[in-house]
Design a protein around this ligand. Structure first.
Ligand code: UFG
Length: 318
């Protein structure tokens, strides 16, 4: 089967996708600067280049022999993006532009891009359709939207075949070769790994209890990393030259922060210690995906629920 370049393939979602691609018979090249990813997450069967998208020469080398690209490599934390917007613009937008230029030069025109629900901002209508106007509330979402727009232009002008997958909240872990491929961010900012690490002396901070939601805490749509990784393979098969599709990936339902905490307490068998604090800058109140388009265009549906995401994450950190 053909070779795929996976940028960011040493990261959390990227490494899970690399594992499933290899199992499906693809050849895989990984390009990752390991600024947040981990070299030991890249399977030996993959060809691995440790380098940055900002270095056109390494991108050119990594593209050799590839027919398609799955582009994960990016800075991806909402809170950090508010503090360091230039870091996000350079890595996410300029890095992607260099990748697309090198793809053009190498005659590689098939790409699946890791976009985000953060592009939508504070959407008034939930669940969110892909046709909804994108109005990001933070620099991270702005950079993902900028890259989506670059792909729309490339599909129109250069006949690129492109799909942007807009992930909602990804959680869970998979195990391969006796090893967990799980979130290993430092510092960890995501809700599920953080609540599993909470202790009475270091409780989980609940960021805001005065949001306009069912219980005052933010509502998010959680999707298991394994389901998400599978969607990338279905997207590779659905690419059409000259077309850029934007497709949401979530569960189609939402959980408030308090509901996630209660579910986690039931899964682990103790009460997660919590502390109510102020809102976090850049957070929208509610993000719930419409996943009708993913079902129709990719034939994709999530199979794993919030309990599985929590229990897999819990197992991975034991
Ligand atoms: N939260 C807390 N306490 C924490 C961590 C998070 O209360 O310690 C809250 C957040 O305020 C938010 C919710 O839990 O309301 C989820 O927060 P995460 O940090 O887990 O995830 P985000 O929703 O901020 O962002 C994630 C990805 C983004 C993606 C977005 C899309 O990090 O890349 O989901 O929905 F864009």
């Amino acid at each position: 089967m053909s070779r795929v370049l996976v940028t960011g393939g040493a990261g959390y979602i990227g490494s899970a996708t690399v594992a499933l691609l290899l199992e499906s018979g693809y050849e895989v090249t990984v390009l990752d600067d390991c600024s947040t990813g981990h070299a030991d997450s890249v399977p030996e069967a993959a060809t691995f280049f440790q380098g940055s998208l900002l270095d056109g020469n390494v991108v050119k080398m990594a593209l050799q022999g590839c027919e398609s690209v799955i582009h994960f490599a990016a800075k991806s934390l909402v809170g950090e993006s508010v503090l360091k917007p230039d870091l996000y613009r350079t890595n996410n937008v300029i890095g992607s532009q260099i990748l697309f230029d090198e793809m053009d030069g190498a005659g590689v025109s098939r790409i699946v891009f890791s976009s985000s629900a953060a592009t939508y901002g504070d959407a008034r209508v939930q669940p969110i359709l892909e046709t909804q106007k994108a109005e990001p509330t933070n620099p991270y979402g702005e950079t993902k939207l900028a890259v989506d727009n670059l792909l729309t232009d490339l599909a129109a002008q250069e006949s690129f075949a492109a799909i942007s997958l807009r992930y909602f909240n990804v959680a869970g872990a998979i195990t391969r070769d006796g090893k967990w491929l799980a979130e290993r961010h430092s510092p960890e900012t995501h809700l599920i790994p953080n609540l599993l690490k909470a202790t009475p002396s270091n409780p989980l901070k609940i960021f805001g209890t005065d949001w306009d939601t069912k219980d005052g805490t933010c509502v998010r749509d959680y999707v298991h990393v394994k389901d998400l990784a599978l969607a990338h393979m279905q997207a590779l098969a659905a690419l059409v030259p000259g077309v850029h599709e934007i497709i949401n990936l979530g569960s189609g339902g939402g959980y408030s922060v308090r509901e996630v905490i209660d579910t986690a307490s039931a899964v682990v068998g103790y009460t997660i210690p919590t502390e109510e604090t102020q809102r976090r800058d850049g957070d929208p109140a509610t993000l719930i995906a419409s996943i009708t388009k993913a079902k129709e265009l990719l034939g994709w549906e999530p199979t794993l629920n919030l309990e599985s995401m929590i229990s897999d994450t819990f197992e991975s950190i034991q």
